[in-house]
Each structure stands twice: as structure tokens, then as C-alpha cells.
Write a protein that binds this ligand. Sequence first.
Ligand code: KIV
Ligand code: ZN
Length: 556
Amino acid sequence: MKNFEKYTKQYFPVKNAPMRWTQKDYVDHAPIWCSVDLRDGNQALINPMTLEQKLEFFKHLVKIGFKEIEVGFPAASETEYEFCRALIEQNLIPDDVTIQVLTQSREHIIKKTFEALDGAKNVIVHLYNSTSVSQREQVFRKEKNEIIDIAVMGAELCKKYRETAKGNYYFEYSPESFTGTEPEFAVEICNKVIEIWEPTPDSKVIINLPVTVSHSMPHVYANQVEYMCDNLLNRENLIISLHPHNDRGCAVADSEMGLLAGADRIEGTLFGNGERTGNVDIVTLAMNMFSQGVDPQLNFENLPEIVKHYEEITDMTVYDRQPYSGKLVFAAFSGSHQDAIAKGMNWRKEKNCQHWTVPYLPIDPEDVGRVYEADVIRINSQSGKGGVNYILENQFGISMPKNMWETVGYMIKQVSDDAHRELQPSEVYDAFEKHYINIKAPVKLKEAHYKQLGEENGIEADVTVEYNGNVINKQGQGNGRLNAVSDTLKEMLGVEYVLHTYTENAMEEKASSKAVSYVGIKDANGKNFWGVGIATDIIDSSLRALFSAVNNMINA
Ligand code: KIV
Ligand code: ZN
């Protein structure tokens, strides 16, 4: 690629970072979650949400279990102001939910922000100003001390307005563009704010360390987070919050490593909506924890419904392969994956496993509202016998003998290949039915009567068939009814084969139960043919299976 030399590192790694966080391997409890869907997410939408949509989205976030929700930047737009007022005046904020509002460090904006909050019970006022080298130089053209002055001025104003406000007001400060800021300067500016706000155990201060733009690998960010935790004043009365954007596709890793490095809180959005490549996807983060046996304290038990609702309101689409929530994330098309999953599911049943260890599936799809049969085993021309068998068995009660799987697998593969598309489970069954079940041409059983030939001498069968329009009757013998009919049939039709497989299973169908029989025969050239019979009576179903197999042989 041309022009790579144009780029350089825009971050400041912590020198001699202790990296204590690398000794931990997983996050063992849920962080405090803060949804920024209604602010950061909303400001990134092509068509921002209307007031009504915001109200609906807010309720949706509450239902999922968010206890902290950034509702907007009330001083920045009339809709955001009105939304904040509507939430408060219509009493829509549950007592255990704290709303958060963003404000720049400017007097009239802070004043309007506090006006928007009048009457709220629990509030986080989120003050920010930008601190990175590029913002200081290019956007503000200010020295470090002048940037500190902006933060100090805003912090003092917030403190002043809180003195007369009614309700529980908490403060958050973000050194915006933290990841492009020298760590020493980030500590210096945050400490100035902390000194003004004087956090206590009852009134902790949130210090948010945004990955406003992602510049580095996640371990560099984690070192920065650890450095802040080590050097901020009054750490025990601080809540260290992370706000990763996803420019390098590392927002989840940034968050997880940042939590290991000492952070307590995450700001993010559903499905990672947000400026440019988005904010961190809280669903992925939460479900990553869930998949390691940690309760995420958010409810994603019906992800398809949450996706639908989100797509309707935001007009965004959730990518098919978005972790946990995409349509295809549990789908296995490939034969070997299907086979392993089906075996893993059987293992679970057999061993009554306490923990989920099924190959290829990081979590049980049913835990997020997905349907195993429809969402996991998907049939196309790459699928194998295991997947086809799984669908037929679990959705249609067809338990084929193992030596039939391969033939049926190839047949279904061919059907999908010819159609150039995935097959729905009902299409798999239709193809199976057409090829194997109750095949009655060219030879059809009309009647069969049996006589027991003493205790040891087997059965005599009197068989009447219709073959190419002619009715033929014959008697024959065998060691069971099926064999007696089969041997009579061979003579009647003048055909040669060996009946090598016979199995059956019961198929529950609404109130009644049917018998399904499977017959495998081998012709004089060693070629296998299969037939399946379904009937209420077991003898009847076995004969139907036999006639289906023989018809398949004659028709081949
Ligand atoms: O990404 C960011 O830095 C922000 C701040 C306002 C926290 O959204
Ligand atoms: Zn942001």
C-alpha cells in the first residue's frame, strides 16, 4: 500500500508499565454498565431518534437492566432538552436508575444542563474537555495549563450548581481523547478536577477514560488505565470508567483488558452503535462474561427481540456475524461442524453435563433466545450427513439407521446444490419423503396374509401386489413376516437382492403415534437402496419400507 509512511503512533505508552493486570485471566464480576445509546449512539445515527423513539428506547434499556443511562446532551439540542424534561416530568425514571447528561465545560452550557435536570432524583453530570496533543494544538491552540483551566472552571461550576440542586447529583469527568494524551498530563488534569469535587464514599466521582479514537493495541490502553488507577488521588472514592470506541476493532479487548487493569465501569452501546466504527458493544462484553460463568447483570435472554427493536428504532442493521446477536453466529453449514455439534449435544444428554462444552458453540443458543434447530444446524450444499440426520431426527422424528445417513446426506446436498441455496428444514423433509417414504410405483402391495408354520418353521405369506397395472398373487416363506413377504416379492418380480438392514422407531404425531420403518437392500451388483415406511401399524410400516426400497431399486 502506498502512503503508509504518512502514519505514525499517536499514543503515549506508559513507560516501565508494571502490567500487573496481565496476571489475571478473566473478569470475575460485572462492571457498572452505562448505556450511551441515547447520546453517543444517537449522535451517530443518520436520522437521530425522535422524542418518542428516545422514550421508547429508554424504556427498552431499563428493561434490559441498565441502571445508568446517558440520556443526552440537553444543552446541545432542543430535542435532547425536551427528552430530559419528559423523562423527569412524566416520572419515567425508575428509582434505581440514574440518568446521565453530558456537558461541555462552558458556563452557559453547564447552567442549561442543570436547568434540564430540575426535579430529577438521581443524576450524573458528565463534564468533559479534550486533552490530547492533537486537540490541544490544532483545535484549541492552547497550552496544557490553559486546558487544565477549562476543566477546573467546569468542575467548579458543576460544584456550585449542585449546591442548590435538589436530588442526588454525582459527577463524572472525561479527559476526552484520553488515548492521545500523555498519561502524566491525564493524571494531572484529572487530579485537579478530583481536588475540586472532593469525592467521598457516599459521593464517589467517576473518572472516565475514553478511547475517543483508538490509536493503539489494547495492552497499551490497559497500561494507561492501570497507570491512572495507580496515580489518581483518592482512588478508593473514584469509579474508573472506560468508554472505548472501535476504530481498530479493539473496543471489546480494550474494555476487557481495561477492566483487568482496574476499571469499574463501562460506557457503551447495544451492538456497538456509535460514532464512526461505534462504541464498545455491550452485548458482546456482557455475553463474554456470561460465557465464562459470570452473571453480567443485564438481560439478553431474548436477543432476537432486542435486535428487532433496535433495528426498528435506529434504522441500523445488526451485522449477521455480530458476536452473539447476528443471525448467523450460531449457524453451522459445514458437515464436520454439524457432526461435531450433534455429537456434542448427544454427549450433553448422555452425561447430563453441568457445564456447556459443546464444540463450535461458545454458548447455548437457547440462552439468548435462539432456536437450536432453526439457528444452528443449517442445510446447504456444504452440509453433511450428521446435520441432515439431526434435522430429520429432531424436527421430524425420523431416526435413520446409521448406514443410511450417508446416502441421504448426499441426496440432500444434491437438492441444495441444484437449487443453489440453503434448504429449510421442511424442504429437507420434503426431499426425504419424495425419495424414500411410502414409494408405491411401479409395485404396490394390495394384500398380505400370514400363517404361522409351527413353532420353529417360520411364516408363510400370501401376497397380492399390483405391478405395472397387473395384479399378481403368490405365496412364499420366511423366518418372519417381513422376510416372508420379501422372499415372495423377489420371486413374483424376478429380482435379486439381499435385505441387510431393518430398523424402526415410534414417531409422536400430535395425539397419536406412528411407526417409522427403514429397510436397506443390496442388489446383485452390490448397490444399496433404501426405503422408509410410515404407518400406524408396525407391520404395515415395515412392508411400506420394503416396497419403497424395492421400488427405488427397480426405478434406478
Ligand atoms: O468518545 C468520547 O470521548 C466521548 C466523550 C464525550 C466521553 O464520547
Ligand atoms: Zn464517545
